[in-house]
Ligand binder design. Structure first.
Ligand code: C2E
Ligand code: CA
Ligand code: CA
Length: 499
């Protein structure tokens, strides 16, 4: 069970790590996307501005002066436009497919190839060959012609540099801004790909972005690499404690909660006897009876429920079950007093539940010779000495005997003993087990320490006659162990020992 849970917990922690990475990627992607949108809108705006300037010029200057008779005058008029925009390379007027006036060269009457290629009145086309190509052999031919045709014979050819727009924008580090024209696509890294883009007729161009997977990966690594490494490092370092935390609080928590709701915890009782072997009490030991897994020992879950606090509910449940079982018992008059012991851990004193259950138990047993014993285990330490003293005091003021459980195995036995309000010391079975080997130094010391403190001694885990004899010779008052009886379901216990 523990192994399986740990496996699930590791999967959960790994998923948590992946979620972190995915969130980082998603954030990175949205940042890259918004950067792309910003670049697109900037490029778009630049192009729109220059085209509207040209249109304005066309309507104001060219159209009224057609047919052009004074080329010099026309070029003079167009000079402000030419100089004001870094994207306009030249302004040319054509008549019947022949350049008749050009800002580039006085040498005119040059034939334009693909004259009126698309038949659209206004369009931006990428041309590989311009009438002036031979004047600029080293220039990249990324020139766009803006045709403003007039009467199918006259037109204005404005050569634009889309590359200049990209250059002004600055080189993109991780993404390509893409401008599409009627017959070609321009990438911000300088590539020009011929293709028919089939732009809608009212559109000269369109702008978008090309974010490749490698570009995205580079962007993430460059901008968030440190964060990614830090996250990986943190998760690697904390995986173990996270798994431990989950193991304690999450998966098991819900499983145990369900088990509590479905009444799967049951009280078993193990007899406690005196030196004559007569039953004087019993220790309540919880058993989880799972519908599929059968009986689950407390060793498999008690640590977790003590850590996450569910032990409060479980103990309360056990006490109520014991209460109703013992209520039906009619002990014979001559019978010795019977003491029921419950195991409790320090956190149970933080809530009122234990005191309430003790009160209920005591009032239900008021007319029976059945009383309560609380075994304080050493597994968990009290957060303060004061708290511990108060808890013991509270119990004793309610006429509840207090036993120090598993004596000698924890780190606080002696500290607890200092406050001598303890009634019983339970010698842990590991010391009882030393009897056979003859190595009983600690056991003997525990016994003599207890004698000096005037407490009752109870030996746990007594399994053999030799152990019993050894302990009996040292006047141990109470015994518990398989030799006298194993833990039994409460009804069987009552049937066997109390009827
Ligand atoms: P514990 O309080 O020391 O209880 C004695 C344990 O030793 C019991 O194991 C019992 O079955 C076992 N035992 C008794 N006699 C012998 C013997 O002669 N030989 C051997 N080898 N073992 C013997 P169990 O029932 O598995 O309980 C384990 C521990 O779980 C308990 O140790 C106790 O600390 C804890 N526990 C059990 N029920 C509860 C509970 O309701 N609340 C809390 N807080 N802890 C509980
Ligand atoms: Ca105990
Ligand atoms: Ca014990």
């Amino acid at each position: 069970m523990i192994k399986k849970d740990a496996h699930f917990d590791y999967v959960f922690v790994f998923s948590l790590y992946l979620i972190g990475v995915l969130l980082l990627f998603a954030y990175g992607f949205s940042r890259l996307n918004s950067e792309a949108r910003e670049r697109e809108s900037w490029v778009s705006q630049q192009m729109t501005d220059v085209i509207s300037e040209i249109q304005h010029f066309y309507e104001g200057k060219l159209a009224p002066s057609i047919p052009i008779t004074d080329c010099d005058r026309f070029l003079q008029d167009s000079m402000p436009l030419l100089l004001s925009s870094p994207y306009i390379r030249s302004i040319n007027v054509a008549h019947g497919g022949v350049i008749v006036c050009s800002s580039i060269s006085k040498q005119t009457l040059k034939q334009i190839k693909n004259w009126n290629a698309s038949g659209k009145q206004l369009e931006l086309r990428y041309v590989t060959q311009t009438p002036f190509s031979e004047l600029f052999p080293t220039h990249r031919q990324a020139i766009l012609s803006l045709h403003f045709e007039k009467n199918r014979f006259y037109g204005m050819y404005i050569a634009l540099y889309p590359e200049s727009v990209f250059r002004t924008l600055g080189a993109p580090r991780f993404l390509q801004t893409v401008m599409r024209f009627e017959n070609a696509t321009f990438y911000s890294d300088g590539r020009i790909v011929d293709e028919l883009n089939r732009l809608p007729s009212e559109q000269f161009f369109s702008v978008d972005s090309d974010i490749s997977t490698t570009a995205f990966a580079k962007y993430i690594f460059y901008n968030y690499g440190v964060l990614l490494i830090a996250w990986t490092f943190i998760m690697l370092m904390s995986a173990k404690s996270l798994v431990r935390y989950l193991h304690t609080f999450s998966l098991d928590y819900w499983r145990i909660r369900k088990a509590i709701k479905q009444n799967q915890f049951h009280p078993y009782i193990q007899p406690v006897v005196n030196d004559c072997g007569e039953v004087t009490g019993g220790e309540v030991l919880v058993r989880w009876i799972h519908p599929k897994k059968g009986v689950i020992s407390p060793a498999d879950f008690i640590d977790r429920v003590e850590e996450n606090g569910q032990i409060v509910e479980i103990t309360s449940f056990l006490m109520q079950k014991c209460l109703s079982a013992f209520s039906k018992v009619n002990l014979p008059e001559a019978r010795q007093h019977f003491r029921v012991g419950f195991n409790v851990c320090p956190i149970q004193f933080d809530s009122n539940s234990l005191c309430q259950d003790i009160e209920n138990f005591q009032s239900a047993m008021a007319d029976k010779p059945i009383s309560l014993l609380i075994e304080m285990t050493e597994r968990k330490e009290f957060s303060s000495n004061d708290k511990y003293r108060k808890a013991i005091h509270e119990l004793r003021s309610r006429d509840v005997l207090v036993a120090l459980d598993d004596f000698g195995t924890g780190h606080c036995s002696l500290k607890y003993l200092h406050d001598t309000e303890i009634d019983i010391i339970k010698i842990d079975m590991m010391y009882v087990a030393t009897i056979e080997s003859g190595n009983t130094e600690i056991l003997d010391n525990i016994i003599s320490l207890a004698r000096s403190l005037d407490v009752i001694l109870l030996a746990e885990g007594v399994e053999t006659q030799a152990q019993f004899d050894y302990l009996k010779a040292r006047n141990i008052e109470r015994y518990q162990g398989y030799m006298f009886g194993k833990p039994l379901p409460i009804d069987e216990f009552i049937q066997k020992y109390l009827m």
